[in-house]
Design a protein around this ligand. Structure first.
Ligand SMILES: *[C@@H]1O[C@H](CO)[C@@H](O)[C@H](O)[C@H]1NC(C)=O
Ligand SMILES: *[C@@H]1O[C@H](CO)[C@@H](O)[C@H](O)[C@H]1NC(C)=O
Ligand SMILES: *[C@@H]1O[C@H](CO)[C@@H](O)[C@H](O)[C@H]1NC(C)=O
Length: 492
């Protein structure tokens, strides 16, 4: 193929995606507003419940709020404030109508106006403008990664771990809030420290502690921007698993009828550091009578039924302490890292497996195909898993074109995507590769779909055997030529 033709193919692939998918580039550079920006005071929060869930190794927050248009005109833009530090760590933000599930199409995007300002905003565009005095109940949910600080920061390998989380007892809002409360859900009732604040009405002091729950409020009206800093320290003797990088490759082979998955993890435990050198004998003894630990010692990956040929390697090589079970109903890969991963430690590893293409690939029509794979799979742990940088690459067959994709991952989590050609051994024009980058996701998004549509013609599919044949021919011709040279050399 000539260079111009390749360039034209690249260009058409790229423009197809840009034209057909409404997912745009980095969300942080999407909307730019002047530095003096302040959200117009057109709403009030009639009632708000803020739920902060600290049961896993990331924080999940939900804000259920009855908003009311307090301006004389229709409004469709509701702003949510975050600190610039929170903006770095937030992910998976989604908005729903809590009263009416059939209302969809809330567009959520980060607004950029002044990078140095401590308050930044996400803008929620309502599917339909709210008329004056109109009300709507929003269910807003999001996650924070790197949410906790261990305290003490150093502990012994058999000690309990405690984490600290900081938040505001008043839900941060760009609008006045008439009535609200904040509920904090913790993993257990072992909560040695939490900030107490003055109560209101009949309650002298907040929070109220109910088992593993703390309740701040209900509070009377607070103005826009009001905060009341609170800290809570609680037991979490589980690993604070943080995957700083996940590279997931999905390789589609029409010829082999196979989809090959490979995932490369850079995993850290963000829990407390060891106060003394790791003692393996003490560890083995402790495991026997008290297996509860803040070290990561096992990872369980549920895969699609029918997965096969699973492998697990780390920097040293194959890790034999893994178990793979696969039958008609389920497939589970269980890994034991080579050493227990304590706080501050890192464990990079790779896993991979094969699946029958029939499970994921459908013929749409003629030469048009649909691939439907989970955007991420990853470990399923009671304590959860957080992913900071994710790169998903879908390697389509050589000659695949007209690539489009759709994903049920929140749009604001996608930071970048591209379609390129990548040459591998024996390829003539190179494989078509769709690369999607995302950030700040958690295992709640396991099994969200990634749907890729592409065209792949019979002529394109015939290219490979032809290449193998013609390159074999080159080899034969080469050997032929070499043997002639050999003869001439030996007879010299
Ligand atoms: C993209 O957005 C445009 C208008 O905003 C719409 O007409 C089009 O259908 C959307 N395309 C997809 C694939 O969602
Ligand atoms: C790792 O294990 C697989 C299968 O168990 C085997 O095929 C491969 O040769 C091993 N690799 C190394 C480097 O030991
Ligand atoms: C814990 O250990 C890690 C890795 O050695 C280090 O980067 C981190 O600063 C340590 N934490 C504290 C609180 O010293």
């Amino acid at each position: 193929m000539k260079f111009t033709a390749i360039a034209a193919t690249c260009f058409s692939l790229f423009s197809q995606v840009l034209g057909e998918s409404n997912i745009s580039g980095p969300s942080s550079s999407k909307v730019t507003l002047p530095a003096t920006f302040k959200p117009p005071q057109v709403f009030k929060n009639a009632n708000l419940v803020h739920v902060i869930s600290l049961e896993k190794n990331y924080a999940k927050e939900s804000i259920n709020v009855l908003i009311e248009n307090s301006s004389p005109d229709s409004q469709d833009e509701y702003f949510l404030p975050f600190t610039s530090d929170q903006m770095e760590r937030i992910g998976g933000i989604e908005v729903k109508d809590r009263k009416d599930a059939s209302v969809t199409g809330f567009a959520v995007e980060a607004v950029e106006f002044d990078r140095s300002s401590d308050i930044q905003y996400y803008r929620i565009r309502l599917p339909a403008p709210l008329p004056a005095k109109g009300q709507q109940t929003l269910g807003i949910s999001f996650y924070y990664l790197n949410a906790y600080a261990p305290l003490p920061a150093f502990i012994d390998q058999s000690e309990k771990q405690y984490l600290v989380y900081e938040f505001s007892a008043y839900c941060p809002s760009a609008y006045p809030t008439l009535k609200q409360k904040t509920e904090v859900k913790l993993p257990s009732s072992d909560i040695p420290d939490y900030t107490k604040i003055a109560g209101s009405g009949e309650t002298k002091e907040f929070p109220q502690k109910q088992g593993s729950k703390l309740i701040y409020g209900p509070f009377p009206e607070v103005p826009a921007g009001a905060v009341s800093p609170v800290k809570v320290r609680y037991e979490f003797t589980k690993p604070v698993t943080h995957i700083s990088h996940l590279e997931r490759d999905v390789e589609v082979s029409h010829w082999g009828g196979n989809i090959a998955f490979e995932e490369r993890y850079t995993l850290y435990n963000h829990g407390a550091n060891l106060s003394a050198q790791f003692n393996r004998v003490k560890w083995a003894q402790a495991q026997y009578f008290n297996p509860q630990t803040y070290a990561l010692k096992e990872l369980k990956f549920p895969l699609r039924a029918g997965s096969k040929d699973a492998y697990f390697t780390d920097v040293i090589g194959n890790v034999s302490t893994s178990r793979f079970r696969s039958n008609r109903r389920e497939a589970v890969l269980e890994l034991k890292p080579r050493y227990p991963v304590f706080g501050g430690w890192k464990y990079p590893f790779t896993i991979g497996w094969n699946s029958d293409a029939k499970q994921f690939l459908r013929k749409k029509s003629g030469d048009s195909f649909l691939l439907n794979v989970p955007f991420i799979e990853g470990p399923k742990q009671a304590e959860g898993a957080a992913y900071e940088h994710i790169q998903v690459r879908v390697l389509l067959p050589e000659g695949a074109e007209n690539v489009r994709f759709y994903t049920t991952i929140p749009e604001s989590s996608i930071t970048d995507y591209s379609v390129d050609l990548q040459k591998t051994y024996l390829d003539t024009i190179g494989r078509t590769v769709l690369t999607i980058k995302a950030r700040n996701l958690v295992d709640d998004f396991r099994d969200r779909d990634l749907i890729v549509s592409y065209d792949y013609s019979l002529i394109a599919s015939l290219r490979k055997p032809f290449v193998i044949f013609s390159s074999m021919l080159t080899v034969f011709v080469g050997i032929w030529a070499l043997s002639k040279v050999d003869v001439s050399l030996s007879t010299k």
